[in-house]
Structures are given as C-alpha cells and as structure tokens.
Design a protein around this ligand. Sequence first.
Ligand SMILES: *Cc1c(COP(=O)(O)O)cnc(C)c1O
Length: 493
Amino acid sequence: MNFHSTRDKSKTLSAAQAIAKGLSEDGGLFVPDSFPKLSQDDFKVLLTMDYKARAVDIMGRYLADFTAEELTGFAANAYGKQFDTECAAPVRTVNDGTHYLELWHGPTSAFKDMALQMLPYLLTTSIKKTGETKKVCILTATSGDTGKAALEGFCDVPDCKIMVFYPKDGVSQIQELQMTSQEGSNVSVASVYGNFDDAQTGVKKIFSDPDFRAELADKGWFLSSANSINFGRLLPQVVYYISAYCDLVNAGSIAFGDAINFCVPTGNFGNILAGYYAKQMGLPVHKLICASNANDVLTEFIETGVYNRKRPFFTTVSPSMDILVSSNLERLLYHLTGGDDAYVRSCMEALERDGCYKVSDELLKVLHETFACGCCDEDATKAKIADMFGENHYLIDTHTAVAGHVLDVYRKATGDERTAVVVSTASPYKFCGAVLAAIGGTVDCDGIALLDRLNEKSGAPVPKPLASLKGKNPRFNQTFEKEAMTQVVRDFI
Ligand SMILES: *Cc1c(COP(=O)(O)O)cnc(C)c1O
C-alpha cells in the first residue's frame, strides 16, 4: 500500500514516510492509494478479537512497512491501563435502536485519546524507519482537547519533545489545569494572549519559518505536528467503527451484514472521515450523519455543495466543534472524485483565494450516497442533554448531545429508523458547567468544584483523571505575546 498527496498523485510514499512527514510540501494531505477490503472471513475473525487485536489487524492493512509484532506492542501500550475499561471503546445501548459509542474512557476523557495514545508509537517508529536521525519536537496549538491528549500521548517518549500553546482566555478551567499540571520531563505548556486563532497563527508561522527550521536542524531537531492532518492520527480512528459494529453483532443487537448508521459530532472532519474509511473497507454502513453545532459550514456544504468559510464564527457550549475550515474534508474530496488531484487542488486554491468553493453536481450526488447532515443550536443541545438524562438517566456531554439531536431530526425527516450509533466524543465532566446547567443544576462557580456538584446531581462517576486534578498545582503558568512564541520554542529546545 502506497500513499499520495491529495494535491499531487505523482509522488509515492510508504506509510512510514507519510506519517513521518505529516503534511505534503504541496499543502495536500496524505491518502492511501486504495482501501483494503475486509472479507466475510476477515470479519468472522475480527468478531472474536478484543479491541487491541482489532487495532493491530485493521491498522496493519494500511501499514505495509510495520510488522504485526510492532503493532501488537503499540496497541498493548496505547490501549492499556490508562483506559478505565478493558475494551477501550465500549458501546452503550440506550434503547433498542440507539447506541452510544463511548470514546472518552482514556487518560484525558475525550475521544482524541483514541488516536493520540497511538500516534507517538506510529510517529517515532516511522521516523526511525525513514532513516531520519534528528529528534522530533511536536508543536501544537490547541483549543482544549487536542493539547492535553497530545501531552499525555507524547509524555516521556524518548527522542521527542512536545510543546503546547493554548489561548489564555479560550479554554475551560478544567482544560487549563489538565494541561498546566502535565507531568513528564519532555513537555512544556504556555498560554498565548488572544484567542485560538492567535495561538494557531503563531504555530503556523513557526512551521513555515525556514531560518528557524535550519537553526533547529543544526541542533539536531525537526518540528512535527500532532493535529489531525497526520494519517497516523486518522488510522487509529478507523478501528473503533469496525470494533463497535463487531460488538453490536456479538451482543445480538444486529445481525451480521445489517447496515447501520453512525451520527458523528464533527469539527475538523477527522472522526467522520475515519467512518468513511471503515465503510470503504466493507463495513456495512448505510449513512454517516455529519452533526454540526451553530457553526454549520459542513451542513451547508453537504446540503448544497458550497463550502463557504466567510461566515460569522460562534462560540458555543461544544467548543471542540467551533471550526470554520475542516481540513480533513480535502481527503474526502479526493476519494469521492476517484483521486482527481487537480480537482482537489483547484477547490483548495479557491478556498484560500475566495474563502469558498463549490463542488460539481456529480460529486454532490456521490457524497449524498453516504453522507447526511444536520446542525444543532445551543438550546437544542441543552434540551438533548436534559432529555437523555430525564428519560434514560444517561449523562452525555455537549458534543455528543449535538449528534444525538441531529440523529433525532434525521430520523423524523427521513423515516430511516435503522440501528444507529451516536459517536460520543467526551465525558460529560469535561464540559461540566454546560452539562450541569442543562440538567437544572446551579452553576455559580467554575472549575473543579463543579465536578462534585455534577456528580451529586447526576450520580454518574467522575473519571479518575479529572477527579485527580483536585489539589494539583500548575507546573506551567507563563503567558506570552504571540510574537514571542518562536523564542519560547527556542528556549524549550
Ligand atoms: C475534536 C472533537 C470533536 C471533533 O472531531 P473532528 O475529528 O475534529 O471532527 C468533537 N467532539 C470532541 C469532544 C472533540 O474533542
């Protein structure tokens, strides 16, 4: 299996090369040149496996230059004791036809762990396989969840450092303390005055500064990113779609071969794209339903074929989906056009130049064969949390509630009542204030105190990694102007 850039098919890379590089020089993302197909017999074997073995089997089909032994070691470490459940990604059945795939049982209580616990092994091994001798410094700007998950994943990984920048006023108190109390000898965290865009722009500037890169290379270091454009972050996410399907078959909830729907709370389009990969591999998926919050750029795109990022930006109670440019959509365009790199290039150029592009009617037709969509405003998000708790005594977070609501609307509009899985992306405790308010609790303080209050009100257990924040002191407490970020990285290295 080889990899190409979405913007230029002429160059061919191995999996290790694609993961080590992260992003192509032409600005494109790396994609596999085909989808490995799972046969009936392959599925029969997958049904008998645990989560780790499923990860080895599925990822191995894309990673020709990794041995099964290597991947077995990675999976044992990535999905081990740091998860509070043996199966890593359990399916919770709420009623006969609706299941919640809980992807937040890892060390940071958000679904980013599913990929970021695995990425460090894939990345450091890929770097070795490509003969690179410099050490890697991971540089990441975060609006909250990615930063902590990346710190946790790369903590104390040999020959590797990680530095995370977050916007001083852009993350919750819990998210901030999660990051600033991070342990490990190779980590650093700093906040930046301004919003997420300021932090993100600062990091992008550092990446595109050739003088600084040369200076780092002289010292034996190169920069890489942990964000979701790396194929090594996409691939581990394919596993849980297939694993959830196997679990539903094993539980007798569906018969093998039944097509089901997945509804996915979407921001950067990474999670739902992994579902598309699973479908292309032969998983019986009828529709992938793309759920957005008030930032409904993807809803408009899937409905009309027009992607337009020139629109107001809303700050919502589901902040990890507050995104106007969904980078991974580029990969979908590539696959839906049968690998038309020139077409993808022209769309991405238009997006940069005009802030929008429109895809062809043919492409839109193919898109609709697999994708449905919907968006959910703030009131509906809160109402869904309240309903789920009131009717099923099941507590969900704000992002998951967006997907739950969109699934309800989809079912009413289409009459498609088949078995559906809502992809649950964060523990409700990670967005304590909004969740507590939604179920009628009093929110007159912020931060750690709310964990106990939500626990008293709901009876749902507080995840250990969040409960253990109590009494922790920040190790990192410096805030910088964005102009100073390069110097901060220089000092750190
Ligand atoms: C990152 C994130 C999302 C969005 O996932 P994408 O892969 O960016 O579409 C949804 N919910 C939560 C809790 C997240 O952290």
